[in-house]
Ligand binder design. Structure first.
Ligand SMILES: CC(C)(COP(=O)(O)OP(=O)(O)OC[C@H]1O[C@@H](n2cnc3c(N)ncnc32)[C@H](O)[C@@H]1OP(=O)(O)O)[C@@H](O)C(=O)NCCC(=O)NCCS
Length: 169
């Protein structure tokens, strides 16, 4: 991911009050990814509509985090003792489509591109953690073939949260 990619992400989110906090989080992750010695690499994909980008998907290659997740999943008993996360798995970090363009298959299109590209790169799995106050993201991820590893959703609190994986084999 380049500085120009980051600026494009900021432009797409614009002044969306609900997702403005993504900008600070993405900036922090992006700054970390540039620090020498931290093995994190971020990749940004965009969805164009006419001349304008209306959405993005950001992934990262983060072996240390994947090792940590593998440990957590086992400690919590969500997976068996022989469970392994391949260190060259991607993490799906952020997915965003501008409000006026949602429910038109745009996220599906960008995610299909991500899967195709990941397969070309030899990536076997994509892991994600989602937590939000609506179920759009979780429903989208379910529909796109994610297998839920652990669901923390709390209907009474209107919270959707889960760890999940897409197997790309
Ligand atoms: C989640 C998000 C990326 C989905 O984008 P989208 O372009 O609207 O998704 P699609 O049109 O490709 O939806 C595909 C399917 O996902 C499910 N889905 C998407 N949005 C949904 C919603 N709000 N409620 C329920 N299901 C939903 C549906 O099954 C949908 O198929 P359908 O429209 O035929 O019923 C978008 O709502 C968004 O940007 N949300 C804010 C940011 C966010 O939550 N990001 C994810 C966490 S990082």
């Amino acid at each position: 991911m380049t500085q120009q990619n980051f600026e494009e992400v900021v432009k797409i989110i614009g002044d969306d009050p609900k997702y403005r906090h993504f900008i600070d989080r993405i900036k922090k992750d992006f700054d970390n990814s540039k620090l020498k010695g931290i093995p994190v690499a971020m990749h940004a994909y965009f969805k164009k509509e006419g001349e304008e980008n209306i959405g993005f998907c950001i992934l990262s290659l983060s072996p240390l985090k994947m090792k940590q997740w593998e440990k957590t999943f086992k400690e919590e008993g969500w997976v068996g003792e022989d469970f392994k996360i391949d260190i060259s798995s991607f993490e799906l970090m952020y997915m965003y489509i501008k409000p006026g363009f949602r429910r038109k298959g745009k996220a599906t299109q960008i995610f299909n591109k991500v899967i195709k590209r990941s397969k070309t790169l030899g990536i076997k799995s994509i892991y994600a953690y989602v937590s939000d106050t609506n179920n759009a993201a979780l429903e989208f991820y379910r529909k796109s073939g994610a297998k839920i590893i652990h669901d923390f959703s709390d209907e009474a609190e209107n919270i959707s949260a889960a760890f999940m994986v897409w197997k790309l084999l």
